[in-house]
Design a protein around this ligand. Structure first.
Ligand code: SF4
Length: 378
C-alpha cells in the first residue's frame, strides 16, 4: 500500500529532469555521479553539455583526462570526474563498452559505490536494487521513527530499502523516495499536511518530523592562507600564464596557478618571496593583490596574489589566457586571474604601479604543499 501510494504520487508529481528521459546506463551513471553533493539545478547544464561532448562509453573512454576535467570545470569535487573516466575506460576495455547488468561486476568499477550501483541497477536495468542517499535516509528515518548512531541508522535503512525496493518499477520507486525527500520531506520544512504518505509516517504521527534523523555533528571548515603566483609571458592579446597540476592537492588534478600554503612565515610577503624564488628564481615580484577569499567543502581559503615574469621551473605549462575554457582550470584560479586583471586595470588609471619587490636569494622554508585529500567545492 505504501509502495503503490508513493508510486502514484511520483507518476503525478515528478520533476521533468533530463536524465529521466533515458534508460541508458551510461547516461544514468554520469547523472548520478554529477548529482553527488551537487544541486539538481546546477547539474542540468553540465549533464547536457557533458553528454553532448561524450555521448557514449567509447567517446568518454577515448578522451584525455584534461578534456574530461575541462567539461567538469566549475562543478567541483573533481575526483568524481576522474573516477568516472577511469570506470568508463574499464567498461570500454573489459566489457566491450556495455555497462554490466550484474551488480557485483559494476561494484568493482572505479567510482561506483553502493548508492550509484543501486541507481544504475534499478533505473537503467529495472532490477530490485536498493539505494540510500541523504534524501532516502531522512525519509525512511521519519517514516519509521528511527533514531540511532549514524552508522547504525544507515545500516537499518539499507536493510529496509532492500525489502521495499522489491516489486513493481524498482527504479521509479527509488526515484520516488528521493523525489519525496527533495521536494516534500525536506530537511527543515517538511510538508507533512500535504505529504502523500503521511498516513504511513511515524514522525507525522508524533508531530515531530524534525526529530528525525538525529542531527550530525558538523566539522567546521579549516581556515587556510595561501600565496599564489601569476607568472605570465607574451603581449596582452596573446598573453600566456604558467599553470601547474601539482602544487596543491585540493583541486583533484585541475590546472592551477602555482600556490603554497603559508604556514609559519612572519609575513605573507616573506612567504611569497620564498615561494616565488623556488618557482622562478630571482624575479621582480608585484603585489599582493587581494586577499581573495574562496570556500571549498572543508576549507576557507584566503589567497594573496603576486605577479611576476620569468622562466618557471618544475612541472607545468603555458596556457593562453584567452583559452582557459579549453583546459581543466580550477574555479579558484579563474577567480584569481579575474581579480588580478581587474586590479591591474584599476591600477593602470591615475595611480603608479606597485613597487617591484625582488625575490630573496635564499628561499626560507616558509611554505609547504597544501593540505591533501579535500576536493574542490562549488
Ligand atoms: Fe516526511 Fe512529513 Fe511526509 Fe512523514 S509526513 S514522510 S515527515 S513529509
Amino acid at each position: 500500500m505504501f509502495r503503490s501510494t508513493l508510486l502514484r504520487w511520483y507518476e503525478r508529481s515528478r520533476r521533468d529532469l533530463p536524465w529521466r528521459h533515458t534508460k541508458d546506463p551510461y547516461s544514468i551513471w554520469v547523472s548520478e555521479i554529477m548529482l553527488q553533493q551537487t544541486r539538481v539545478e546546477t547539474v542540468i547544464p553540465y549533464y547536457e553539455r557533458f553528454l553532448a561532448r561524450f555521448p557514449t562509453v567509447p567517446s568518454l573512454a577515448e578522451a584525455s583526462e584534461s578534456e574530461v576535467l575541462a567539461m567538469w570545470s566549475g562543478l567541483g569535487y573533481y575526483r568524481r570526474a576522474r573516477l568516472l573516466h577511469q570506470g568508463v575506460r574499464e567498461v570500454h576495455v573489459q566489457y566491450g563498452g556495455e555497462v554490466p547488468t550484474e551488480p557485483e561486476k559494476r561494484r568493482t568499477l572505479p567510482g561506483i559505490g553502493r548508492y550509484t550501483n543501486g541507481a544504475i541497477g534499478s533505473i537503467a536495468f529495472g532490477k530490485p536494487e536498493p539505494l540510500v542517499d541523504g534524501n532516502v535516509l531522512r525519509v525512511i528515518s521519519r517514516l519509521n521513527g528511527l533514531q540511532a548512531s549514524p552508522r547504525e541508522l544507515e545500516k537499518s535503512i539499507w536493510a529496509i530499502c532492500e525489502r521495499l525496493v522489491v516489486g513493481k518499477a524498482p527504479g521509479d520507486f527509488n526515484q520516488a523516495l528521493m523525489e519525496l525527500g527533495a521536494t516534500v520531506c525536506t530537511p527543515k520544512t517538511p510538508q507533512c499536511p500535504t505529504c502523500p504518505v503521511r498516513k504511513f509516517c511515524e514522525a507525522n504521527e508524533q508531530a515531530a518530523p524534525l526529530a528525525y534523523p538525529p542531527p550530525k555533528v558538523k566539522t567546521p571548515a579549516k581556515a587556510v592562507r595561501l600565496v599564489a603566483l601569476v607568472v605570465t609571458r607574451g603581449a596582452r592579446d596573446n598573453a600566456e600564464v604558467w599553470l601547474t597540476q601539482g602544487t596543491l592537492a585540493l583541486f583533484g588534478g585541475l590546472l592551477n596557478l602555482p600556490m603554497a600554503e603559508v604556514v609559519d612565515a612572519k609575513s605573507d610577503e616573506c612567504a611569497a618571496e620564498s615561494f616565488a624564488a623556488s618557482i622562478v628564481g630571482r624575479a621582480k615580484l608585484h603585489g599582493p593583490l587581494g586577499p581573495v577569499r574562496h570556500e571549498l567543502s572543508h576549507r576557507r581559503l584566503t589567497v594573496d596574489v603576486y605577479t611576476c615574469s620569468g622562466r618557471p621551473k618544475g612541472e607545468g605549462r603555458w596556457v593562453a589566457l584567452k583559452g582557459l575554457d579549453e583546459h581543466g582550470v580550477s574555479t579558484l584560479t579563474r577567480k584569481l586571474l579575474g581579480a588580478t586583471s581587474a586590479q591591474e586595470r584599476a591600477k593602470a588609471g591615475p595611480q603608479s604601479p606597485p613597487r617591484p619587490r625582488r625575490a630573496s636569494k635564499s628561499p626560507q622554508p616558509v611554505h609547504k604543499p597544501g593540505p591533501r585529500k579535500a576536493a574542490e567545492g562549488r
